[in-house]
Every structure is written in structure tokens, then in C-alpha cells.
Write a protein that binds this ligand. Structure first.
Ligand code: NAD
Length: 275
């Protein structure tokens, strides 16, 4: 399969479609990752907070592919923010993954009430200089958080992973990222599954003889986003990767644009989240 990639401003690139493993228990993470790699995925999105880094690492080691052929993202747990804590936590993640590096390390949330994300970002810059994270980025950062870390360190994140799905399209954030040279990555890209039964998506799916999940994932790809759908069900993992043999047309794009509605956030608001 010819799978699309997005190239970061630091020269590294990320496969546009990856497997999300939030809420994938440790013991099934390894077989789930193996299934995904066998289906063609080359990008796995985990986090320290998902408590499955060991399983992800084991899945990659037992996949039959080399470590260098898989793009691995992990994220710093909020309670590990701060310069020294970040360095320690990163060592812990590498150990759990059983790897000498990650492809992408993200600050999971700005967690503004802690007041530590800038110090944390300085530790990220060091980890990248050491080559232990090939690229560094953030997640759930609002424009003001981005401006702050860039202003204080001069180091621009390669990507911001944010909640983004057809009824929460985050166009303003996408514009800010574009201006700053930051890629946008969609979490909960299927709206945690809620678009599978959406009538408009269903119509488009029927027209292309694809499934609703495939149409939504294709929409993220065609919009230029990195997309990390989650499933632990082998048939769905495979289905979610069969998205490179069709394209949405102008009518489809217009219909999905209409689904955007402010305030359709499903997860916490990064400004007010207190975890
Ligand atoms: P998602 O939008 O990917 O939806 C996943 C759910 O959709 C599944 O549990 C299943 O119920 C359903 N589904 C998946 N494929 C399907 C198919 N083919 N047919 C029918 N139903 C299907 O939700 P998500 O897990 O919240 O988000 C994806 C990934 O994003 C996570 O696993 C995680 O890696 C990442 N994430 C990051 C953050 C963050 O703060 N950075 C937050 C949430 C999620």
C-alpha cells in the first residue's frame, strides 16, 4: 500500500494514518499492535498515561519488522511535568517501550494550572538534541500555549495533537498551526465512534462503496491531518487502513464541512482541565 506521509519542519516525516491505543489494556496492546502492523500500519500512538507502553513495545518487537520501520509516538504524563521530572519520565517510557528512542514525544496536555509546560518544553528540547526523541511536539495546546513555548525557547513543536472530528473541525487552530509550520493531528477522529451512524456520512460511504469509518478517516487525510483511529477489533483495524484507494469529491467535502458545529468537543477543554 502506498501510504501518505506528512513531513515535519524538522525534516522527519510521519505516516499520516496511525493506530491509536488509548484504552487498549496492556495485555492486548501487543496482539493489537501486531495486527495493525500486519495490516500495513507503520505508526502507533501511545502515551505514558495509557499504561500500555510495554505491550506496545512487545507488539513492535514481535511484528517481524525492524524498530526503524515503525513510527512510535508517546506522551508525557501531566503529573511528570517539570524539567527534571520530564527527563526521568522519558527514561521510564523508553524502558517500557524497550527502545533507545521514540520518533515523536509529546507533552500530553498543557495543564496550565501547574505552570510547568515551558520548563517541560525545555527538557523536550534537550531530549531531541540528544537524539532520543527524533521529533518533539505537543498535544492539546491552544494558540496561547504554543506562542508561549515558542517565545520562551525558540523551539517550534513539529505537531499539535488535538481533538478534531467532523463536528469539531478546529479550523482556527488549523490556521494557526499552518502559519507556524506545525502539523495538525486529530485525536478521537471518529468522534469516539459517533459518526459511524451519521446519515450524511452513510450516504457518502454508500456512494464510494466504503464504510462510514473509512469515509471519515479519508476526510482527515484529504484535509492534510495526521489521523490515529483506535480499535482493538482486528476487522476494524484492517478496515480503518483500507483508505488509500479512493478520494472524497467536492460534494462530499461540502457535506462534511456542514457538520462542523462549535462546541461539539467530546473531551476536556485544555484551558480548564485540572488533571
Ligand atoms: P476514535 O475516534 O478513534 O474512536 C474509536 C472508537 O470508534 C472505537 O473504540 C470503536 O468503538 C469505534 N470504531 C473504530 N473503528 C471502527 C469501525 N471501523 N467501525 C465501527 N466503529 C469503529 O477515538 P479515540 O480512541 O478517542 O481516539 C483515537 C486515538 O487518539 C486514541 O486511541 C489515542 O491514541 C488518541 N487520543 C489522544 C488524546 C490526547 O489527549 N492527546 C485524547 C484522546 C485520544
Amino acid at each position: 500500500t502506498a501510504q501518505p506521509i506528512i513531513t515535519f519542519h524538522d525534516g522527519h516525516s510521519i505516516p499520516q494514518v496511525g493506530l491509536g491505543v488509548w484504552q487498549t489494556p496492556q495485555d492486548i496492546a501487543a496482539p493489537t499492535v501486531r495486527t495493525a502492523i500486519a495490516a500495513g500500519y507503520r505508526h502507533i500512538d501511545t502515551a505514558s498515561g495509557y499504561d500500555n507502553e510495554e505491550g506496545v513495545g512487545e507488539g513492535i518487537r514481535s511484528s517481524g519488522l525492524d524498530r526503524k520501520d515503525i513510527f512510535v509516538t508517546t506522551k508525557l504524563r501531566n503529573t511528570d511535568q517539570g524539567y527534571d521530572n520530564t527527563l526521568r519520565a522519558f527514561d521510564g517510557s523508553l524502558k517500557k517501550l524497550g527502545s533507545e528512542y521514540v520518533d515523536l514525544y509529546l507533552i500530553h496536555w498543557p495543564s496550565p494550572h501547574r505552570g510547568l509546560y515551558t520548563e517541560t518544553w525545555k527538557a523536550f528540547a534537550r531530549i531531541r538534541e540528544e537524539g532520543r526523541a527524533r521529533s518533539i511536539g505537543v498535544s492539546n495546546f491552544n494558540p496561547e500555549h504554543l506562542e508561549r513555548i515558542i517565545g520562551e525557547t525558540g523551539v517550534v513543536p513539529v505537531i499539535n495533537q488535538i481533538e478534531l472530528h467532523p463536528d469539531f473541525q478546529q479550523k482556527a487552530a488549523q490556521e494557526v498551526h499552518k502559519k507556524l509550520g506545525i502539523a495538525t493531528e486529530s485525536w478521537s477522529p471518529l468522534g469516539q465512534g459517533k459518526f459511524i451512524s451519521n446519515a450524511d456520512i452513510g450516504e457518502i460511504a454508500k456512494k464510494h462503496q466504503k464504510t462510514p469509518a473509512q469515509v471519515i478517516i479519508r476526510w482527515h487525510i484529504d484535509t492534510g491531518l495526521v489521523v490515529i483511529p483506535k480499535s482493538v477489533t482486528p476487522a476494524r483495524i484492517e478496515e480503518n487502513f483500507q483508505v488509500f484507494d479512493f478520494k472524497l469529491d467536492a460534494d462530499d467535502v461540502a457535506a462534511i464541512a456542514k457538520l462542523d458545529s462549535a462546541g461539539a468537543r467530546m473531551g476536556p477543554d485544555p484551558m480548564t482541565a485540572t488533571f
